[in-house]
Design a protein around this ligand. Structure first.
Ligand SMILES: *Cc1c(COP(=O)(O)O)cnc(C)c1O
Length: 455
């Protein structure tokens, strides 16, 4: 029951791959987002499932011709909004295999080689960052889960973490994922110090120092290693020094920027990341993997198991076999997918050098955008290219900037989003897809200019 004969699996599998190949081949010439109105999609896809099934060809056809096209293509070469998901095809095939084998990566007993691959990749990422040999981590669903996991470990293992007055410091540019994690952990608003940032988006050091000096139980600083809004990197070496001196836990949210340590420019920009106690990373952003894969690294790998390990009776057999690489000991998930396979297969196939070059390309594209914008004085650069992000605005009011976002989205040619920089609405480009061409970047800006001039 619920199965296919081998030749059916082959036929249907090939048909699905054919549909994927077509989508990939056509994507560049298609709109980035062309989604039908909600009521139409509700009528087509919002009904309860049928009691009796129907031919797979029909289901696949509906999926590939209507359902999937009604989603936004975040791996499109002209998707510059939010943080793109410039995934790679090797990763997609790896996902199919990992779920086809239904690998249980929660334990050594279940995962075997999968746990070895995951641990090796985590240690490799830690060493690229420059963390010490005893560092390690766990792969999770994304940056939100990674930040939560790190903050749980911090609270449980730092001497001040459980103090009712324990205070946490971060900037007004810190991603909402950290604030949400702190809320879930039971931190009250009085325990949080949201500090101002400078014009580039970096935390104001004097305010940080002052706030720490005033509090009875300073506990943790969350630094940004690439903010989502402007790509800003907090002054990691100075803050690491401060945390060491005062005995605070230092956590870095490097969900967006962390992977950039693989490139020479990123390595330079992220100097000091190696001094953190914990780091959250998102390989499904700037490490080109399909959703989802996030990861959290701890300076002291063993802290994860110290905090999370509980051995119930029905798991005794698992721990008789091995008590060291059971990833269920390192976080909230027991049953967990083999997320590391896509990263492993794509690194093995393309090689690390190709990833370094692909990341470097993101830096270049943001710089290209900046220099193109500077050629027209009607544009004002709000923050220059940093970590693959540039923010800017057309002379005019707030509403105009938003109309440019909407106009570009409606055109389907490219997609960018807005943010707020120093209190003003800013347009924002995050061109980290290595398949974007120089021409496409220039054309995107030219089209923004014509939209602005039509106003
Ligand atoms: C994307 C992002 C997150 C959240 O990560 P998810 O993978 O979306 O859960 C957290 N912090 C930063 C800086 C991010 O860019």
């Amino acid at each position: 029951m619920l199965n296919w004969a081998p030749d059916e699996l082959r036929r249907h599998g090939y048909a699905a791959v054919d549909a994927l190949v077509e989508h990939c081949a056509r994507m560049r010439d298609e709109p980035i987002r062309n989604i039908e109105p909600l009521d139409q999609l509700e009528a087509a896809f919002g009904q309860p499932p049928p009691e009796e099934g129907r031919p797979f060809e029909e289901v696949l056809g509906e999926t590939t011709t209507r359902l999937l096209p009604n989603t936004m293509h975040v791996n499109h070469p002209r998707f510059f909004g939010f943080v793109p998901g410039p995934s790679n095809p090797t990763g997609a095939i790896a996902e199919m295999l990992a779920s086809g084998f239904n690998v249980f990566a929660g334990t050594w007993m279940g995962g075997g080689a999968a746990t070895v691959v995951e641990r090796a990749l985590l240690r490799w990422l830690a060493s690229e960052i420059g963390l010490p040999d005893q560092a390690g981590g766990v792969m999770v669903s994304g940056g939100s889960h990674a930040n939560l996991t790190a903050l749980i470990v911090a609270r449980e293992t730092h001497p001040v973490g459980r103090n009712a007055e324990a205070t946490v410091y971060f900037s007004d540019q810190t991603h909402s994922a950290s604030e949400r994690a702190l809320r879930v952990l039971g931190f009250r608003p009085e325990q949080l110090r949201k500090l101002p940032s400078d014009s580039l988006g970096r935390i104001d050091l004097a305010s940080l120092q002052g706030a720490i000096g005033c509090d009875a139980a300073p506990f943790c600083v969350i630094v940004n290693a690439g903010t989502t809004s402007t790509g800003a990197v907090d002054d990691l070496p100075a803050i690491a020094g401060l945390c060491r001196e005062r005995g605070l836990w230092l956590h870095a949210d490097a969900a967006f920027g962390g992977a950039a340590v693989l490139s020479s420019r990123g390595k330079l920009a992220l100097r000091g990341l190696e001094e953190c106690d914990s780091v959250a990373l998102d390989p499904h952003k700037w490490l080109f993997q399909p959703f989802d894969i996030g990861c959290v690294l701890l300076r002291e790998e063993h802290l994860l198991a110290d905090v999370f390990r509980i051995i119930p009776a029905y798991m005794n057999d698992v721990y008789r076999l091995n008590s060291e690489i059971n990833f269920c000991d390192r976080g909230l998930e027991l049953t967990r997918p083999f997320r590391a396979l896509k990263l492993w297969m794509s690194l093995q196939h393309f090689g690390v050098a190709a990833f370094r070059a692909a990341i470097e390309r993101g830096f270049q594209l943001a710089e290209l955008a900046e220099s193109r914008l500077r050629r027209n004085p009607a544009w004002q650069i709000l923050t220059p290219a940093q970590m693959g992000v540039v923010t800017f605005r057309w002379h005019g009011d707030e509403a105009l900037q938003k109309r440019l976002v909407d106009g570009m989205m409606a055109s389907g040619y490219a997609l960018l989003t807005s943010t707020i920089v120093s209190g003003r609405t800013a347009l924002r480009l995050c061109p980290i897809n290595p398949r974007t061409t120089d021409e496409e970047m220039n054309e995107t800006i030219a089209r923004l200019e014509s939209l602005a001039l039509q106003e």
